[in-house]
Design a protein around this ligand. Structure first.
Ligand SMILES: [Zn+2]
Ligand SMILES: [Zn+2]
Length: 287
């Protein structure tokens, strides 16, 4: 039996494995279909596809776009997106730019709190990846300012903490449109982030659906079995396609494994087939 994992991060964003090593690991985890969904970049897809050609693994082009929905950071996954679309790449470049601009501001705030790190330190950790707060967190850990990555976020980096800096983000509506314009299927990532209450989430999904959302991430490492069945029902009620994945980041989130999340993740073949059908419909509809 092959496994499916449609939510994975590599060193092209804040994951700790290169796409090649990630694909190798996926192979050992019996994953037959995967999607690399790095934050605001599709630059790792070529490497992942090349690595996958040595195994019997299908790579679905993916991305995880950061956006705002009613003032809250909301991630929209894009699947089967035509990542060579120049317009789409322009949008992603804008997003990565806003990531870069945020880092020096965070560093200034940290300095005023007596925590001294440099932009070069963060850049060195981020490497070729799309730079973000997890890279700042790793520097703070390395320099012994915090004992864990979680502490870096809770003390300094998360919304409401002392060195938090808001990022300029597109509306969820825009993020969805970018993905749809590039022929992709837009799926709401880790929906519990968006709204805790199911009824509020339903309202949000209804609204996002009118804006072009076509899917929701029902299967996810952090979901309880109750959440999974609630979201599955929600998807059925709203006629949304179901997606799923581990959100594997490598050593950054050591409790999550490729293909199985925390051990109980299983994305059914049927969900993948519906996603494929939806994507094929989009491709047909686009000029
Ligand atoms: Zn996310
Ligand atoms: Zn993710």
């Amino acid at each position: 039996m092959r496994r499916i994992d449609l939510h994975l991060h590599s060193t092209y964003s804040d994951g700790s494995l290169s796409p090649t090593d990630l694909v190798k690991l996926a192979h050992h985890a019996q994953v037959g279909v995967l999607s690399l969904t790095d934050h605001d970049t599709t630059d790792g897809i070529t490497e992942a596809s090349e690595a996958a050609s040595s195994y019997d693994i299908e790579v679905i082009p993916g991305v995880e776009v950061s956006s705002l929905y009613r003032g809250k950071e909301t991630h929209i996954l894009g699947y089967f997106v035509n990542h060579e679309n120049p317009q789409f790449q322009q949008h992603l470049t804008f997003l990565r730019q806003s990531r870069h601009e945020r880092i020096p501001k965070i560093i200034d705030k940290l300095k005023s709190l007596g925590v001294t790190i440099s932009y070069e330190d963060v850049k060195a950790v981020a490497g070729r990846g799309s730079i973000g707060r997890p890279h700042v967190a790793r520097v703070l850990l390395k320099k012994h300012y915090v004992p864990t990555i979680e502490q870096a976020f809770s003390r300094y980096l998360k919304e409401g903490s002392t060195a938090y800096v808001a990022r300029q983000l597109p509306d969820a509506q825009e993020a969805i449109r970018w993905i749809r314009d590039a022929g992709g299927v837009a799926s709401l990532a880790h929906p519990s982030w968006v709204r805790n209450s199911l009824s509020e989430l339903q309202v949000a999904c209804q609204e996002l659906k009118t804006l072009g959302l076509q899917a929701i991430e029902v299967y996810y490492s952090a979901h309880s079995s109750r959440q999974t069945s609630e979201y599955l029902n929600l998807a059925h009620r709203l006629d949304l396609v179901v997606t799923g994945g581990s959100d594997f980041h490598g050593s950054t989130r050591p409790d999550i494994d490729v293909g199985i999340g925390k051990g109980n993740l299983k994305i059914p073949e049927q969900a993948l087939e519906q996603l494929r059908t939806c994507a094929a419909g989009n491709q047909k509809a686009s000029p």
